[in-house]
Write a protein that binds this ligand. Structure first.
Ligand SMILES: [Zn+2]
Length: 163
């Protein structure tokens, strides 16, 4: 289950949750199986487990590798997320080197790119490595930060991500 969120590009440039208590149901294979629409809920990224939201976005070996690269980039030494609640909690925290705004944008881009990668595998049989997905995230984040560098909060992120 993912929540409808968006990046507000206007005025104070905050990540602004929209209807954060109204969950959006992603068509994860576990859910599609329960609806009788498919015959197998096997994760298309690893083929070892059931594709649930937590498995696909956090626990899958492929996703874990992407998160590891993100943590390396941020010089974060912490365990990987095991639950959706841990990821949400992490985005709400702030530290001098990884402010909350950066965490929210990173989480947004990782989830978006993993979802896109999953759909490419499922619908186009197009597979790429986790390092390619990370490079996409890195490039998109650089673009997001660079295009808003005239705003102080975003300019500060340059130090922590672009360096
Ligand atoms: Zn998997």
């Amino acid at each position: 289950m993912w929540y409808n969120t968006t990046i507000c590009y206007k005025s104070k440039a905050k990540i602004k949750p929209i209807g954060c208590y109204k969950p959006i149901c992603l068509p994860i294979r576990h859910r599609l199986l329960s609806w009788g629409l498919i015959n197998s809920a096997e994760c298309c990224l690893c083929s070892f487990d059931t594709e649930t939201r937590d498995h696909f976005l956090l626990l899958c070996d492929f996703s874990s590798q992407v998160w590891r690269m993100v943590f390396l980039k941020l010089y974060l030494c912490q365990p990987l997320f095991c639950t959706w609640a841990e990821l949400f909690s992490w985005t709400r925290q702030s530290s001098p080197t990884v402010p909350s705004l950066l965490r929210k944008v990173v989480a947004h881009l990782v989830v978006y790119n993993l979802w896109r990668k999953r759909n490419n595998v499922l619908h186009n049989s197009h597979r790429v490595s986790f390092s390619v997905v990370f490079r996409l995230i890195d490039g998109e984040l650089r673009n997001v930060i660079s295009s808003r560098r005239h705003m102080k909060r975003w300019r500060e992120l340059t130090v922590f991500w672009i360096r």
